[in-house]
Design a protein around this ligand. Structure first.
Ligand SMILES: Cc1cc2nc3c(=O)[nH]c(=O)nc-3n(C[C@H](O)[C@H](O)[C@H](O)COP(=O)(O)O)c2cc1C
Length: 173
């Protein structure tokens, strides 16, 4: 059986500590997912929305809040046809408004998770995984959902070795 590393992450503007807006070529969660993949192998899948979020970060934050309030699930460009070949799924996502980004909610609702092992890996700027794991447990019935790995997004680049060690530990457990 194989491992899937599924992730959602935003390129472009983000808020760094001190409320500074910075431009990222690659999102923090993408770095986490790629680091897990390079440490333990497996298939990497990026959840990409068809829609484009507002490139102005302050507007984008409220766009995401509207999606949450209205229960919108933005469609993804594509979905793995099935998860049958995977027994373990690393689910990597940022904290958005203290929970899962709605595109990630749409992704998990797309599949039957019975019997799968889900390992959440979250980045945030301080809230950790928030309510997201509770939501994953609610949606992914029959899955074993582990405690989340919580990272501060802006610290990810300096914690690559630690992420690799964590991922190896998980793949051997
Ligand atoms: C719409 C939105 C909402 C966010 N809400 C929170 C939050 O509630 N708590 C928190 O600590 N960080 C929050 N953040 C910060 C992100 O979780 C953090 O920057 C993360 O590392 C971004 O990952 P990415 O670069 O992979 O997209 C939010 C960011 C966005 C864009």
């Amino acid at each position: 059986m194989k491992t899937l590393i599924a992730y959602f992450s935003m390129k472009g503007q983000t808020i760094a500590p001190g409320m500074k807006i910075v431009d990222l070529e690659k999102g923090h969660t993408a770095v986490v997912a790629e680091t897990i993949r390079s440490a333990i192998g497996g298939d990497l899948f990026e959840m990409e929305t068809i829609k484009t979020y507002n490139p102005d970060h302050m507007k984008m934050i409220y766009e995401a809040q509207d999606e949450l309030k209205q229960g919108i699930r933005p469609e993804l460009k594509d979905y793995p046809e099935s998860l049958d070949q995977y027994d373990t799924v690393f689910l990597c996502y940022p904290n958005w408004w203290n929970t899962l980004p709605m595109p990630v909610l749409g992704f998990i609702e797309h599949y039957d998770w019975n019997g799968k092992r889900i390992i959440p890996a979250n980045t945030s700027e301080g809230s950790g995984a928030g309510q997201s794991v509770q939501k994953i447990r609610e949606v992914c019935r029959g899955a074993e959902v582990e405690a989340p790995y919580e990272l501060i997004g802006s610290q990810v680049d300096s914690r690559i070795e630690e992420i690799r060690t964590w991922a190896k530990g998980k793949s051997e457990a």
